[in-house]
Design a protein around this ligand. Structure first.
Ligand code: DTR
Ligand code: CA
Ligand code: ZN
Ligand code: ZN
Length: 435
């Protein structure tokens, strides 16, 4: 995988990360930003968990969607945030005939076109209080939000926090939230960080392997503290980041494990026992005693680090934003078409009438090749037709395409097909430049 950093935009094999790294001022280094990120007092996080436990105990033993315990949980979190200056919104939805609520909290300030979000589902299953699943994620981002207020922190990006309803029913609340964002509102979200079970009693330290910049932010944080991590391989579709990822928003997150058994290699790495990461997953014993204070503390501090780091130094991408994929793609001789792709984000609205499409194909007898640009919605713009007599080598050109009818954000593809036998080659790079 080839990394190409151009004009402060990092593109990684088709994943363009404008908005996370680009900016009018150089992004603060992780070290600088982490120096600014405060330590999150784990005692404060545990107090939030104790409060959520009390809420469950007072409401039938759970905090499940549509039950009194859930609404009491939302009101509890909302009151804490209102008290320190957040702009909070309760988003109502219906699922299984019961009313659900998402709580959205905006910290005033920052670039409204570059929003960093952190989220966690606040609902439990009906069988218990859901302290690890997912009081832990909810309490950690609550304390991070309170730390932002305590510090009077004013990051370059706009900070938004979300507590989701009805995750246990199938990611219902977060899907409702993302589904009700306009395209323009979606494009403003430069990253979504998800925290679902981050205090498991027999913890592993898993990092989501979705957006490379977010993943690296977390992995470097833990590595800097001598804590080994593993990639969360089963996370796709398993929690609230799924809806954001489906909308093309860069996502990441942390996880300490659920009902899977910790392997002996993982016991070697992290300590603990060769039992479930959380033996009380979705059970009545998921109480305040079902928490590893060490894991809760470490992950809460990692969350603060990521929020401070990923919200600093980024504003709307500068003019001439480049999205590039430099991974070589072999072109089958006289065979099926192949593609190289880039994912554009952070560019609101439609593409320009003069979209510059940089093509670098190494191939003998280039006349064999048909070269197309495919827009995110599947529209095809032919860049080069098949031309048998053209025996020159290589297609190395910048085409200007009127793509004004296309939404800029999304995955664009360079599609190449070799339509004659014998000569061969490969796509060397594909580049889109937005003026
Ligand atoms: N579905 C989540 C628990 C869960 C299971 N695997 C993962 C991976 C990544 C995040 C969360 C999870 C729940 O029960 O809420
Ligand atoms: Ca801490
Ligand atoms: Zn769950
Ligand atoms: Zn969960």
């Amino acid at each position: 995988m080839n990394l190409t950093v151009r004009k402060r935009v990092l593109t990684v094999a088709g994943v363009a990360l404008a908005g996370l790294l680009a900016g009018a001022v150089p992004a603060a280094t992780a070290e600088q930003a982490s120096a600014a990120a405060p330590d999150i007092p784990v005692a404060n996080v545990k107090q939030h968990l104790a409060d959520l436990q009390s809420i469950a105990t007072a409401n039938g033993g759970n905090r499940a969607h549509g039950r009194a315990g859930y609404k009491a949980s939302v009101d509890f979190v909302k009151a804490k945030l209102d008290a320190v200056g957040y702009t909070t919104t309760l988003q109502q939805f219906s699922s299984n005939g019961r009313t659900g609520y998402n709580l959205i909290a905006d910290w005033p300030g920052g670039d409204p076109d570059q929003i960093l979000m952190a989220g966690a589902h606040l609902d439990s299953v009906t069988s218990g209080p859901g302290i690890n699943d997912n009081g832990s994620g909810s309490a950690a981002i609550l304390e991070t939000a309170l730390a932002v207020a305590r510090a009077g922190h004013q990051p370059d990006k706009h900070l938004r926090f979300g507590w989701w309803g009805a995750e246990e029913l199938g990611l219902v609340g977060s899907r409702y939230y993302v589904g009700n964002l306009s395209s323009a509102e979606r494009q403003k979200i430069s990253g979504y960080l998800n925290f679902d079970m981050i205090g498991s009693p027999n913890p592993g330290y898993f990092v989501y392997d979705d957006d490379p910049v977010i993943e690296k932010t977390f992995k470097d944080y833990f590595a800097g503290r001598g804590i080994p991590t593993e990639i969360e391989t089963e996370g796709d579709g398993r929690s609230d980041h799924a809806s954001f990822k489906s909308a093309g928003i860069p996502v990441g997150g942390l996880f300490t494990g659920a009902s899977r058994t910790k392997t002996s290699a993982q016991v070697q790495k992290w300590g603990g026992t060769r039992t479930a990461f959380d033996r009380c997953y979705h059970s009545s014993c998921d109480t305040t005693s079902n928490i590893s204070d060490t894991a809760l503390d470490r992950n809460s501090d990692a969350i603060a680090h990521a929020v401070w780091t990923l919200s600093s130094g980024a504003t709307t991408p500068p003019p001439g934003t480049v999205f590039e994929n430099t991974t070589d793609v072999s072109i089958p001789d006289n065979g099926p078409a192949v593609t190289s792709s880039v994912t554009v984000s952070g560019i609101p609205g439609n593409a320009p009438a003069d979209l510059a499409v940089g093509v670098d194909i190494i191939h003998t007898w280039r006349g064999d090749l048909v070269v197309d640009l495919v827009a995110p919605d599947g529209s095809v713009y032919n860049l080069k037709p098949y031309s048998a007599p053209d025996s020159a080598d290589n297609v190395q050109a910048t085409y200007t395409v009127n793509a004004a009818a296309e939404t800029a954000a999304g995955t664009w593809k360079l599609r190449v097909q070799d339509r004659a036998a014998y000569d061969t080659g490969y796509i060397s790079s594909f580049r889109l430049t937005f003026p």
